[in-house]
Design a protein around this ligand. Structure first.
Ligand SMILES: Cc1cc2nc3c(=O)[nH]c(=O)nc-3n(C[C@H](O)[C@H](O)[C@H](O)COP(=O)(O)OP(=O)(O)OC[C@H]3O[C@@H](n4cnc5c(N)ncnc54)[C@H](O)[C@@H]3O)c2cc1C
Length: 130
């Protein structure tokens, strides 16, 4: 997890919440540990991986190196510069990056909380062993 999205620690806490409860669950025993770990992985891994991917790509955006996004090109002299010397191309490119950041934050904000996810995980465990 790179640091650029400021969300890795949250993923680590959510991982620990789910994993700790799964391993400590009365239905989990040593012989069932592999199945419990599979439930953990199928429930948590895809989302945590997508946050890691957002984080990496956000770092490239911050440094204007993410393909398809503003590459740091400054407007030329005579372009429509505002009083801070920022032109239309730079303004538009930065706006696009900002919108994409907001969109990514919404994806994280809209994801289920760890306690909500726990209900799904526990149901899967019960379906296997109850
Ligand atoms: C510069 C930076 C800034 C960040 N800023 C933010 C932020 O603002 N917000 C946010 O949410 N996230 C942020 N993150 C990401 C976040 O810190 C990580 O995603 C999170 O700490 C990962 O937690 P973890 O427990 O999975 O791994 P880690 O925190 O890496 O913990 C792994 C632990 O295992 C230990 N270890 C490794 N190998 C062994 C071994 N063989 N035996 C025993 N122990 C071992 C390590 O010493 C370490 O203590 C940032 C990361 C960085 C690098």
């Amino acid at each position: 997890m790179t640091p650029h999205f400021g969300a890795g620690a949250v993923q680590a806490i959510d991982d620990a919440f789910i994993l700790g409860r799964l391993l400590a669950h009365p239905l989990t025993s040593l012989s069932r540990a592999r199945a419990a770990l599979s439930i953990y992985e199928e429930t948590r891994f895809p989302f945590a991986r997508s946050v890691a991917s957002f984080s990496l790509s956000t770092g490239w955006m911050y440094t204007f190196l993410e393909p398809g996004y503003y590459d740091g090109t400054r407007d030329g002299p005579g372009d429509d510069l505002d009083d801070r010397g920022i032109g239309a191309c730079e303004r538009g490119g930065m706006e696009e990056i900002k919108e994409e950041m907001f969109r990514r934050w919404d994806v994280v904000d809209d994801s289920p909380s760890a306690p909500q996810l726990w209900h799904e995980v526990e149901s899967k465990l019960q379906a296997l062993f109850d």
